[in-house]
Design a protein around this ligand. Structure first.
Ligand SMILES: O=C(CO)[C@@H](O)[C@H](O)COP(=O)(O)O
Ligand SMILES: [Fe+2]
Length: 228
């Protein structure tokens, strides 16, 4: 039985009451909190940094803080996000000169580490670093904004990465989570899970709805129909 995780992206939350939004979405059944860091350089948008993470961390309790870095360069920010309360840090290989070093820095800071692949990023970036990954995040939109539509070609990519992870584990490698981010909704989450994802970021689908629990319950009901 696959364990599924739902990681609401607070990019679509009400920033004037972020702490309460985090408490509410966790009370509604979310597993993790997804924290999108954008720098107006690697992506054309600007969000929040380590000081905001530190301020909201108490509201997350024991929930994993899933920090998605859309910044360039990456390395100089890792220790600040780790100190501020990140548990998982993911970054885009295009934004790091030395991907293996960035992964080691994240691990050395006591966090789990992952790579994020944009829709057009080839799977070859995973070569030679699988042993260092706790998670692979496949973007199903181009990074930079919430509320975009799911790019359906991602389903093929999820299947390919699932096969790669399964082969890695079968050969004695560590488990690696497979997260999908962008345009995830109640009506497509089952298809995304059937393709092989186990962890789902959802921003607008949850925070733009009047009742977070209804959305999360409906997502879990959809996931319960998936046979994989
Ligand atoms: O990283 C990003 C966007 O770059 C995402 O985490 C979005 O915030 C997801 O938002 P929705 O597509 O679910 O609205
Ligand atoms: Fe994200």
């Amino acid at each position: 039985m696959t364990t599924y995780r739902i990681s609401p992206s607070i990019l679509s939350a009400d920033f004037a009451k972020l702490g309460a939004e985090i408490s509410d979405v966790l009370a509604a059944g979310a597993d993790w909190i997804h924290f999108d860091v954008m720098d107006n350089h690697y992506v054309p948008n600007l969000t929040f940094g380590p000081m905001i993470l530190e301020a909201i961390k108490p509201y997350a309790g024991s929930a994993l803080m899933d920090v998605h870095l859309m910044v360039e360069p990456v390395d100089s920010l890792i220790s600040s996000f780790a100190a501020a309360g990140a548990n998982m840090i993911t970054f885009h290989p295009e934004a790091s000169r030395h991907v293996d070093r960035s992964l080691s820095l994240i691990k050395g800071a006591g966090c789990k580490a992952g790579l994020v692949l944009n829709p057009a990023t080839p799977l070859s970036v995973l070569g030679h670093v699988m042993d260092k990954l706790d998670m692979i995040l496949l973007m199903s939109v181009n990074p930079g904004f919430g509320g975009q539509s799911f790019i359906s070609e991602t389903l093929n990519k999820i299947k390919l990465v699932r096969a790669r992870i399964d082969a890695h584990v079968a050969a004695g490698g560590q488990p690696i989570l497979l997260e999908v981010d962008g345009g995830v909704k109640v009506d497509n989450i089952a298809e995304i899970a059937a393709a092989g994802a186990d962890t789902f970021v959802a921003g607008s689908a949850i925070f733009n709805a009047p009742d977070y629990k209804t959305v999360i319950d409906n997502m879990r009901a959809e996931l319960a129909t998936v046979i994989r």
